[in-house]
Design a protein around this ligand. Structure first.
Ligand code: PSU
Ligand code: MN
Length: 309
């Protein structure tokens, strides 16, 4: 029998290492949404804008990706260039990390793998756009994102605008309950609908400010492993027109079906289809909600750092 398993080497940028060493606020950011969720070249400026939003919220950003087999937590500008420019960059969930590490491969990290690597680095707050979840037709395809089980094991606050609206939202909420993932609305008792403010599904709990979100996370960390999802809706005046939303989503799902797209290609295919079918409207809203989540995550990290130990 082995003693504790060795931890995978995680390379921290100097700024992130300094912030963590002094107990300062840090926010993890995933790279799949940059590499596979947003089109090139817009993804490159979005990457900078997301990091700036974390700073505006009061924390140090730590964008995470695997480069030449090494998980990097906090990227240089040249490393962000690599993530955003390479059309063949792999999409790495948790199960893909050992292969990338052993074979020296590079890839963008999803919510699941970013959460794991962030936790290993000692980061407690994470911002993304929308979580992966249970796909529509999952009864036939068994397609449920590894994000959900990962969040049941990692002790982070994850700020998101709900789950991507291409998914089966009520089924995803049921799975989050089964997995004992804590879910709170940010100033709302309805679960956000990603591109739209309201998914139509209720929540049991809400928090009113970053300090309350930080206190819920601190209590969760004292209790048992598992994430706190902070669901942050877009304001109604910034959401995608709901009629356009329903129309383009139906078209994108039908296109994915017709093209026979399966597995981890589904989410990038559908997001790309939506961006085209809406003439960029979904893209603008997607970037906007990620920026809002990043800023709120920065404020939650700052509030967490200010809590008494
Ligand atoms: N949120 C976005 N855009 C994205 C994603 C989330 O706004 O591209 C990504 C995340 O990285 C998430 C992944 O973990 O989609 C889920 O992919 P899958 O459904 O294949 O598990
Ligand atoms: Mn999937």
């Amino acid at each position: 029998m082995t003693a504790a398993l060795p931890r995978p080497p995680v390379r921290l940028s100097a700024e992130v290492a300094d912030a963590l060493a002094s107990g300062g606020p840090v926010v993890a950011l995933e790279s799949t949404l940059l590499a596979h969720g947003l089109p090139r070249p817009d993804n490159r400026s979005a990457a900078d804008d997301v990091e700036a939003a974390v700073r505006a919220g009061g924390a140090v950003p730590a964008t995470i990706a695997v480069l030449d087999g090494v998980p990097h937590v906090g990227l240089t500008a040249a490393q962000v260039d690599r993530v955003c420019a390479d059309p063949d960059l792999a999409k790495l969930g948790v199960r893909d990390l050992p292969v990338a590490a052993a074979l020296g491969l590079s890839g963008a990290t999803t919510v699941s793998s970013t959460a794991l690597l962030a936790e290993r680095a000692g980061i407690a707050v994470f911002a993304t756009g929308g979580l992966g979840g249970v796909h529509r037709q999952s009864i036939d395809t068994f397609d449920e994102s590894a994000d959900l089980t990962a969040l049941s094991r990692t002790s982070l606050a994850v700020v998101c605008a709900g789950v991507k609206s291409i998914l089966d939202v009520p089924a995803t909420l049921e799975r989050l309950e089964s997995l004992s993932v804590t879910v709170v609305g940010y100033r709302t008792r309805t679960f956000p609908g990603f591109y739209v403010a309201d998914s139509g599904h209720g929540l049991d709990w809400s928090v009113e400010d970053p300090g309350q979100a930080a206190a819920v996370l601190a209590a969760r960390r004292r209790l048992a492993p598992g994430a706190v999802v902070v669901a942050n809706p877009l304001p109604v005046d910034e959401q995608l027109d709901p009629d356009l939303h329903d129309r383009v989503i139906a078209g994108a799902l039908a296109a994915a079906d017709a093209a026979g797209v399966r597995g981890k290609e589904v989410t990038p295919f559908v997001l790309d289809h939506l961006h085209r079918a809406s003439d960029g409207a979904t893209l603008a809203v997607n970037v906007r909600l990620v920026l809002r989540n990043a800023e709120l995550a920065g404020a939650i990290a700052a509030a967490l750092a200010a809590l008494p130990a």
